[in-house]
Design a protein around this ligand. Structure first.
Ligand code: SF4
Length: 257
């Protein structure tokens, strides 16, 4: 039958208070006794431990409490003070959880002269020489890749590319924009469309048409605008071809001079 926790620890409130006051350096900041909580079930080999809690009256620490842990070894009469700490209670005012800077940044936060290094474990990037090879990182492979002039040490990962494509698809120059819905044709069939290289070639590119709303921006192949290279004019009257001209999709306006 295990021995039950002895009461001396629970009764040693004054000892615990003295320890808290000594740690605080000011008896006036240790308030009323709140509780006495056994730390673990009594161990017949090691003894027992118990924590006394006292309200904190320390300025700026409303809702905090002093926790004083006392211990007593088996067959020992003396009680020792294990630890004195100031802890936040349920009502304590706490600072918001710290968020790493790279998770706090938002697009547009970067100013001229700022440096934004990517982290080693940035999921948007992978070592370039393992893009098509699942082999583990290998210093020799890195050296060979460099000697062969493969260039960049890291390239965008599948996750990074998927994120970029999702932004482009959902943005102003993606297929769901009103411009795209009323376009005479998609960018993928337009002569001004400059496809990206690599695996995103069939999904997105740059618009090289200076008169297009998306000029010099990334567009998806299924975006489109009225400046499509193959948009045709339907002349209703050759003498008024400019003023009455329309694209063969009836909803499109044409710039006239
Ligand atoms: S001109 Fe219009 S349709 Fe052609 S690539 Fe640019 S945005 Fe796409």
């Amino acid at each position: 039958m295990p021995e039950t926790p002895s009461s001396p620890l629970a009764a040693a409130v004054d000892l615990a208070r003295a320890a808290a006051e000594e740690t605080a350096g000011d008896p006036g900041v240790v308030g009323e006794h709140l509780s006495a909580t056994p730390e673990e079930a009594f161990d017949p080999l090691l003894g027992e431990a118990l924590t006394h809690s006292f309200a904190s009256t320390l300025p700026g620490y409303v809702g905090w409490y002093w926790a004083v842990t006392l211990a007593r070894a088996v067959d020992e009469e003396s009680i020792t003070v294990d630890e004195v700490v100031l802890l936040p209670g349920e009502q304590a005012l706490l600072a918001p959880a710290w968020v790493p800077w790279h998770e706090r940044l938002r697009p547009g936060d970067l100013s001229v002269g700022d440096v934004l290094p990517s982290t080693e474990d940035d999921p948007r990037l992978v070592p370039s020489y393992t893009v098509d090879d699942d082999s583990a990182e290998d210093p020799e492979a890195r050296a060979v890749a460099s000697e062969l002039g493969l260039g960049r040490e890291r390239v965008m990962s599948r996750e990074g590319r998927a994120g970029a494509l999702a932004r482009w698809t959902g943005g102003d120059f993606g297929p769901r924009s009103s411009m795209a819905r009323h376009a005479p044709g998609p960018c993928g069939t337009c002569g001004f469309f400059l496809p990206l290289a690599g695996s995103l070639r069939s999904a997105a590119g740059a618009c090289g048409n200076a008169y297009a709303p998306a000029a010099d921006h990334v567009v998806t192949v299924d975006y489109g605008c009225g400046a499509h290279s193959q948009a045709t004019l339907v002349a209703q009257d050759t003498t008024e071809v400019v003023t009455s001209a329309r694209y063969d999709t009836s909803e499109y306006d044409v710039l006239t001079d």
